[in-house]
Design a protein around this ligand. Structure first.
Ligand code: FAD
Length: 351
């Protein structure tokens, strides 16, 4: 088989995962970033690998499910090559049920999870809580899914970076231009890439949504993640708990600010175990959001030999293994597994 000359632009979780998958299949890859690997949205603190609810099922939810089911094997393979553990753990997720409607929905999801999650995990409605790790529920009831997992995003980027290098890739940092316009290119350039595409087509294909998060001191490893009132509270596999995030469509700077203080304060009010926790780190990143909120995956609509992988938005870390598999199958095997609604041509046709 001829060796394609593949250049991946963007060394975030999408670009690095795609690089890993292509290299594993024996092809050569060069990765180029305007900054450094893992310095974009992917190098954050949360790393929730949490499923969409098992109802109103669609291609996007099926795609995410498939990716979540790939996570453990994917990261074991990366770890085996890089030697960096990404601290993957699967401890489920607890969500308080605030009213009768939420309880009814949760009970219905138990049945739909049986069918849609194909026996890999369950969705339960529970009334028992761990007194050392909970958020209050007005009904006294909670939903508990056993699908949700979590990893350390920064370590995931580092592990992938080392793995692709060990598999022979070169990574070029701080490069501001396209290095080689002759071979096949993959554009995994995050929110900046969405801006570039929007300018190119003179249509708003997508943009960046800022998110702020923090790490607080508290050891709750192997405990479930909590989700309440828009706040994710995610124990790490160490003595820290990640909390987040803001979702800011309008932002004027990329640093953290008082909006993060509000999230931290709210998390402490909602989760009694956090009350004496100290702030270990504050972080912010810009999520790549495509109009319609689906990923953007497929050939460039008007340029040959360019493939786009973008639009991870709030679940990009969870989507990465599947994005990598589908991209490699398309490019290397001419096997098209891309949901139509993800393709750039389709997204453009809707705008
Ligand atoms: C606060 C916050 C919390 C989040 N929590 C979660 C979570 O719990 N679970 C989850 O699954 N997802 C989460 N996400 C979303 C997830 O982080 C993103 O969807 C994902 O990181 C996007 O990956 P990416 O590789 O597309 O983008 P990025 O990580 O931003 O990478 C893009 C890369 O491209 C580079 N680049 C840009 N332009 C060029 C160019 N012209 N040439 C070369 N390189 C270029 C950039 O420097 C960057 O390194 C969160 C995001 C934020 C901000």
């Amino acid at each position: 088989m001829a060796t394609p000359d593949i250049t991946i632009y963007g060394a975030g979780i999408f670009g690095l995962s795609i690089g890993f998958e292509i290299l594993k299949r024996g092809f050569k890859v060069k990765i180029v970033d305007i900054s450094k690997p893992g310095f974009g949205a992917s190098g954050g603190l949360l790393g929730a690998l949490a499923p969409h609810t098992p109802d109103n099922w669609n291609e996007k939810k099926e795609f995410q499910l498939s990716s979540l089911l790939m996570q453990q094997k994917f990261w074991n393979e990366v770890y085996a090559i890089s030697g960096v553990d990404v601290e993957y753990s699967k401890n489920g997720r607890i969500i308080p049920l605030n009213d009768d409607r939420a309880v009814k929905l949760s009970l219905g999801r138990t049945e739909s999870a049986k069918k849609l999650w194909k026996g890999f995990a369950s969705w339960e409605t529970i009334n028992k809580i761990d007194k050392n790790w909970y958020v209050p529920s007005p009904t006294g009831l909670y939903s508990y899914d056993t699908m949700s997992a979590q990893l350390n995003p920064r370590k995931a980027c580092k592990s992938l970076e080392l793995a692709v290098k060990k598999l022979g890739a070169t990574i070029e940092e701080n490069i501001n231009n396209r290095v080689d316009k002759n071979g096949l290119e993959i554009w995994a350039t995050g929110h900046q890439g969405l801006n570039t595409l929007s300018k190119e087509f003179n249509k708003l294909i997508g943009d960046g949504v800022k998110g702020q998060a923090a790490l607080l001191t508290l050891d709750r490893r192997n405990h479930p993640q909590l989700f309440t009132d828009g706040i994710h509270i995610i124990p790490q596999q160490n003595n820290l708990v990640a909390i987040g995030s803001t979702s800011e469509t309008i932002w004027t700077h990329e640093q953290t600010d008082t909006r993060l203080d509000q999230i931290i304060q709210k998390a402490k009010q909602l989760c009694p175990a956090l009350i004496n926790s100290e702030i270990k780190e504050r972080w912010s990143g810009i999520r790549p959001r495509v109009k319609g909120r689906s990923p953007l995956l497929g050939p460039h609509p008007s340029k040959e030999n360019i493939f786009i992988a973008n639009g991870g938005f709030k679940i990009g870390i969870g989507l990465a293994p599947k994005i990598a598999e589908v991209t490699a199958n398309f490019i290397l095997n001419q096997q098209d597994m891309i949901p139509k609604r993800f393709t750039p041509a389709h997204v453009l046709s809707l705008i």
